[in-house]
Ligand binder design. Structure first.
Ligand SMILES: NC(=O)c1ccc[n+]([C@@H]2O[C@H](COP(=O)([O-])OP(=O)(O)OC[C@H]3O[C@@H](n4cnc5c(N)ncnc54)[C@H](O)[C@@H]3O)[C@@H](O)[C@H]2O)c1
Length: 311
């Protein structure tokens, strides 16, 4: 398994670190435009190999896509992150051009690559990669739901004073402060619905804190978070590497699923060696369905800005 990570910044480097530590990839290539940056991060990470006991080979390059040739998976984290007070949508002007060029370069050197889109506004960036490259739709996966679900589990565990490993829960919908749909009605602690364990006001608090989870961290850190985003990407790359058919909510191009078309938005997907192997249509309550439809409307509005923002 050869994995390319585009962007050796906070999320990209964290992602390469976890992939190295998990030891399932033979090669990880970091690529960045900042001179020497990816090479430096790769060298630093490789100096962990003897300490942490991994054999993956991590290398870095400044902009040389020939080094990424024949990658099985490529992760796009290149672009700018938000600053406190910004929405993810405000990043479109800079990130759209970067993501389009990067995706085209990746596919040129790795025609069969599975692309994981991380750069924000992620659902719109994933849609852009679909539209600009016409790459098979199962091979373009947007990462947002895996992270948002981990943040949902964190907030539920905090409210229930239990370990996050006791919780099973999922966030679908757009990867934005207003568009996320945490499925609280379906969330469980060891099979027990959390709606039986938490008072209504606590449930509402958990849902709201989940939706602004990224903004909360951006305010604390002065830039967007990287550990959990890197771990979420790593979990998805591992599911591809091991062909584990694991379910993650991913931003997938929809053609009628959930009554939605011509957009990429977070829905449950089975991830294996072919990328998105299946979009799973779960039964939603009327309230959940209405929220997903509202979220889709928001994602489509941002997609509508693409033409003005991509050269
Ligand atoms: N989808 C998610 O859940 C999620 C979570 C966290 C962050 N993000 C997004 O991921 C992106 C990266 O965040 P970060 O905190 O790592 O930012 P960062 O600034 O630390 O790193 C971005 C890197 O991209 C590089 N870059 C810029 N243009 C490039 C190009 N054309 N080719 C190669 N590299 C290029 C920069 O030099 C920089 O090193 C942001 O858009 C952020 O909003 C998404």
């Amino acid at each position: 398994m050869k994995v390319t990570v585009v962007g050796a910044g906070a999320v990209g480097a964290s992602c390469a670190e976890y992939i190295g530590m998990k030891n399932f990839a033979s090669e990880v290539v970091l690529i960045d435009i900042k001179e020497g940056f990816a090479e430096g991060k790769a060298m630093d990470l490789m100096q962990c190999a003897s300490l942490l006991g991994f054999d993956s080979k991590i290398t870095g390059t400044t902009g040389d896509y020939s080094k990424t040739a024949n990658s099985d998976v490529a992760v796009i984290t290149s672009g700018i992150p938000r600053k406190p007070g910004m929405t993810r949508e405000e990043l479109i002007g800079i990130n759209a051009g970067i993501v389009k060029t990067v995706a085209e370069n990746l596919i040129k050197h790795s025609p069969n690559v599975i692309i994981i889109v991380v750069s924000n506004p992620m659902d719109t960036m994933a849609y852009l990669v679909h539209k600009a490259t016409k790459h098979p739709k199962n091979k373009i996966i947007g990462m947002g739901g895996a992270l948002d679900s981990a943040r949902f589990k964190y907030r539920l565990a905090e409210a229930l004073d239990c370990p996050a490993s006791d919780i099973d829960a999922m966030v679908i919908g757009g990867h934005s402060d207003t568009g996320m749909v945490p499925l609280i009605e379906k969330a469980v602690r060891n099979s027990i619905p959390v709606t039986e364990l938490l008072a209504a006001d606590k449930q509402a608090y958990v849902v709201e804190e989940t939706k602004v989870g990224g903004a909360t961290l951006t305010k604390l850190l002065g830039t967007s978070a990287w550990y959990a985003p890197g771990a979420a990407v790593c979990a998805m790359v591992q599911a591809i590497a091991l062909d584990s058919k694991k379910m993650f909510p991913c931003s997938a191009l929809l053609s009628g699923e959930y009554g939605l078309s011509d957009l990429a938005i977070g829905v449950p997907c089975i991830i294996g060696k072919n990328g998105i192997e299946k979009i799973v249509e779960i039964k939603l309550s009327a309230a959940e369905k209405a929220k997903l439809e509202e979220s889709a409307k928001g994602v489509k509005e941002i997609n509508g800005l693409l033409e003005a923002n991509v050269a």
